[in-house]
Design a protein around this ligand. Structure first.
Ligand code: FBP
Length: 552
């Protein structure tokens, strides 16, 4: 252990008042019944056993120890800081229900559950992992648990290991599938509960009842610290434009939070690009105009933030990617033809529409190669691997040359590209994530102790001190909407994109012109784990603004 890890391992997350006083042996209060009026028919008919579940909160109740339980836990999907503390909260919560309760960790995510690959998580094993980043205690995986055949295998694993309940720590899709599995188990009277926990650095599993998914706080703090350093470098060297792509598969919450933290000169928000139907050329002109205006003031440097998912929100790119996916699914050899294309008509000969061929041909050759040659196991374009930051640097450079020729730009442009993603997913959790995760795990144990299934653990009032947080259980079907997936309507948990009329975006939009032209940079620095709580316990600006806090 490093010295920091050694001291950090002694951090004891606080608990909300109700758990502090009574542990997990609390009573369940059924809050307002979920209003199913607004839920679409498909959700009601797909979740007949769970759709009417009420939201629940907790009350004092010195209940006797619960019956002895064995619980299984998995991580599902990408890493997010604090996962180990979810397991620690779950473990401590289960032990407070009954010291004989056992927690089994399934290795490598859903695959471990399918093959019954698990081990018992003991107090001793857990000691090494409390307050650490990563998911390495049990590992994770991206296998989707969707089919009845898979559900039957999960049931068989549970029977073989004597499991009464499963906790799925995952994002919107994994929690959707946890809800489907819970419904399936109820329908066949399997007697196995399923409870979810909201995880993803992307911050897009949130709604009225879940203020934030865990991992967002730590990741955006790591990235903001790095961007703050780049701001200082830009200001010192005065010769580079840094283009930084930030992880967040679709939603731009991470980019928006980093913009709010650092006041970078340019921050693109995919949801706005889509709303305004901005083309790639319009985006390039927007960025180039800011570069030119700053250059006119002698500032040949700056910082531009780009969300990972941007390209899919640019209308003509979205169409191009969809057409490529369809074409290459049928004939994968077309990727070589497209890669070798010399003219637009070479491109249209593959079957792409004229508009998509033009969009494809307008891209720099290196990006074209990424579009057609870098494909996932299902044959789809690997959108998250496209180097949008390089694409923009190259396109801005071309545009500046045109502007120079027409006398509207005079300056020097030198672009540096960066991609921040994996650096922030496994960092030691911030105090917020360390505590939030512990509370989520403890809440999960409480829901299991209360005999509930098809619930996701949550806590509200997160901008207040921890003792005043309100732990909750939210019925999974209540978070769903119907979306088109693989040509079929499917109930899924609604993904939360950046809301353009939400407080964080409005705060940003009101200031971005000033941040573009002035050196208004802010350096939040690295995450602080100790010392002044104003620094170490601060939450994200996004959460603060969403909860009505006033940000100076
Ligand atoms: P989850 O939604 O599973 O939490 O994953 C989020 C994420 O970190 C995205 O931000 C990113 O696009 C993706 O995972 C990267 O996936 P991989 O780990 O497979 O490279």
């Amino acid at each position: 252990m490093s010295i920091l890890e050694k001291y950090r391992s002694t951090y004891v997350p606080e608990l909300p008042y109700i758990f502090r006083e009574f542990g997990a042996r609390v009573g369940i209060i059924e809050d307002d019944a979920t209003d199913t009026q607004d839920l679409e028919d498909l959700i009601r008919t797909s979740f007949t056993h769970t759709v009417n579940n009420p939201r629940v909160s907790f009350r004092k109740n010195n209940a006797p120890a619960s019956k002895r339980l064995t619980v299984g836990v998995i991580f599902s999907g990408g890493q997010a800081s604090g996962g180990h503390n979810v397991i620690a909260g779950l473990f401590d919560g289960l032990k407070s229900l009954n010291v004989e309760n056992r927690l089994l960790g399934f290795r490598n995510g859903p695959d471990g559950l399918l093959s019954n690959d698990n081990f018992e998580i003991t107090k001793e094993i857990l000691t090494e992992y409390r307050n650490t980043g990563g998911f390495d205690l049990i590992g994770s995986g991206r296998t989707k648990l969707e089919s009845h055949e898979q559900f039957d295998r999960v049931e068989a694993s549970c029977r073989a290991s004597g499991i009464n309940a499963i906790v799925v720590i995952g994002g919107d899709d994994s929690n959707t599938n946890a809800g489907v599995l819970a419904e399936y188990f109820l329908a066949k009277n399997a007697g196995i509960q399923v409870v979810g926990c909201p995880k993803t650095i992307d911050g897009d599993l949130k709604n009225e009842w879940i203020e934030i998914s865990f991992g967002f706080d730590t990741a955006s703090k790591v990235f903001s610290g790095l961007i703050g350093n780049l701001c200082r470098d830009a200001l010192s060297a005065k010769k580079y434009w840094h283009f930084v792509k930030l992880m967040g598969r679709s939603a731009s919450h991470v980019t928006l939070e980093c913009a709010l933290q650092t006041h970078a000169n340019i921050s693109l928000i995919s949801e706005e690009v889509s709303d305004k139907k901005q083309t790639l050329e319009e985006i390039v002109r927007y960025v180039s105009d800011i570069v030119a205006k700053r250059a006119a003031n002698g500032m040949n440097y700056g910082i531009a933030l780009i969300p990972e998912g941007l390209i899919e929100f640019i209308p003509e790119m979205k169409t191009l990617i969809a057409e490529l996916n369809d074409l290459l699914a049928v004939n994968s050899e077309l990727s070589d033809v497209l890669a070798a294309a010399r003219t637009e008509s070479d491109v249209t000969s593959t079957g792409l529409t004229a508009e998509s061929a033009a969009a494809y041909f307008a891209l720099p050759p290196s990006i074209r190669m990424q579009l057609v040659l870098d494909r996932d196991p299902h044959g789809n374009v690997q959108v998250s691997k496209i180097e949008t930051e390089n694409l923009l640097i190259q396109k801005v450079q071309e545009q500046l040359m045109r502007m120079e020729a027409s006398g509207t730009y005079c300056g020097k442009f030198s672009g540096q590209n960066h991609f921040y993603g994996y650096e922030g997913r496994c960092a030691a959790p911030s105090n917020f994530d360390a505590t939030y995760c512990y509370v989520l795990g403890f809440t999960g144990a409480t829901l299991i102790g209360g005999g509930l299934t098809a619930y996701i653990a949550s806590a509200r009032n997160l901008s207040a001190s921890v003792k005043d947080w309100e732990p909750l259980g939210i019925p999974i079907p209540s978070l769903m909407n119907v979306e088109r997936r693989h040509g079929k309507n499917k109930p899924v948990i609604r993904k939360a994109l950046v809301e353009l009329d939400g407080a964080p975006f409005e705060y940003f939009a009101a200031r971005r012109d000033r941040w573009a032209m002035e050196d208004h940079y802010c350096s939040p620095g690295g995450i602080q784990y100790f010392g002044n709580k104003e620094i170490s316990d601060q939450t994200t600006i996004t959460l603060g603004l969403e909860n009505g806090c006033v940000i100076e």
